[in-house]
Design a protein around this ligand. Structure first.
Ligand code: PEP
Length: 294
């Protein structure tokens, strides 16, 4: 019997059948039971999210969404999110309205309004119809010098505007090779989420995206990704408590493709995928949404 089957059996035996006084439980039973029930009760419904970066015109974005709407409608097992560029947000949200496709922006400013040429506020994103916003993507951290402090201000602004942040963290290759992965993840997690309450935290998703795996074709092995997710969940437990840690969805990102998504999603710790390149074509995004399930 796998541990999942074992826990299911034990839960049934102890809580639903007349055999309620069935002796002492194995060590770790209750935490495994909580984890299992969280998963089966869909507290952590998987998420497949596409980050379209600087690709797609308005017409291309709308056409894509029209084609993916029936796919999302059939995909009761996961949430489907697309992240068009700013110019296509409004039209994308209009196309997605009433469907199971949600629309995420790829960045935001923390101020409500002001003299910030080229920036977009969280209120404007809401106005455009977004429900989510990607914050702290490594391309912004590295191309635009975004700091943990700025990421933190963006997360707070997004929450205040009623948007769900998809908060990205991840180490560079040099950091992994010098065994600094956990140190970097901890710095980004603690800095990026400083000052949040457990209630705030329950509204965010985390995306673990090792920088060396983004757009490179080099994917973290499912075990490597799961280790990092476990570490992040431990940080969540320390900072926000057991319930929030068990509930937070941690997506993996970094060269996820139709042929590797199944192995990644088979890991209990991996609650979804944030996908760049392979989210741009309808066929490949459809295959990601319909990832192989046990
Ligand atoms: C990303 O942009 O978040 C990403 C993970 O890109 P890719 O899937 O292309 O590696």
């Amino acid at each position: 019997m796998s541990w999942q089957q074992n826990v299911k059996f034990e839960c049934y035996e102890r809580f639903r059948s007349p055999n309620r006084n069935a002796g002492p439980v194995e060590p770790g039973f209750y935490s495994r039971a909580a984890y299992f029930l969280a998963r089966t009760n869909n507290m952590r419904k998987p998420v497949i999210a596409g980050n379209w970066k600087m690709y797609k015109t308005i017409a291309e974005a709308v056409d894509f969404i029209e084609k993916i709407k029936p796919v999302a409608a059939e995909a009761g097992h996961c949430e489907v999110i697309v992240g068009p560029p700013f110019t296509a947000l409004s039209a994308s949200a209009a196309a997605a309205k009433g469907s199971k496709v949600s629309v995420a922006a790829q960045n935001c400013h923390w101020d409500k309004e002001g003299a910030h040429t080229g920036d977009i506020s969280t209120g404007m994103l809401r106005d455009a119809g977004c429900t989510h916003v990607i914050i702290g993507h490594s391309e912004r951290r590295h191309d635009c010098g975004e700091t943990d402090e700025q990421v933190n201000k963006k997360v707070k602004a997004a929450l205040a505007a009623g948007l769900a942040p998809i908060f990205c963290v991840g180490e560079t290759l040099a950091e992994r090779e010098s065994s600094e992965t956990e140190k970097v993840l901890e710095r980004q997690f603690v800095g990026g989420l400083a000052g949040l309450t457990p209630g705030d935290f329950s509204r965010i998703m985390i995306a673990y995206e090792p920088v060396w795996a983004i757009g490179t074709g080099r994917t973290a092995t499912p075990e490597m990704a799961a280790d990092a997710h476990r570490f992040l969940r431990g940080l969540a437990r320390r900072q926000f408590g057991e319930q929030e840690a068990n509930g937070v969805r941690i997506l993996y990102g970094g060269s996820v493709k139709p042929d590797n998504v199944g192995a990644l999603m088979a890991q209990e710790e991996i609650d979804g995928a944030l996908v760049g390149g392979a989210s741009l074509k309808v066929d490949s995004f459809r295959a990601l949404v319909n990832y192989p399930r046990g």
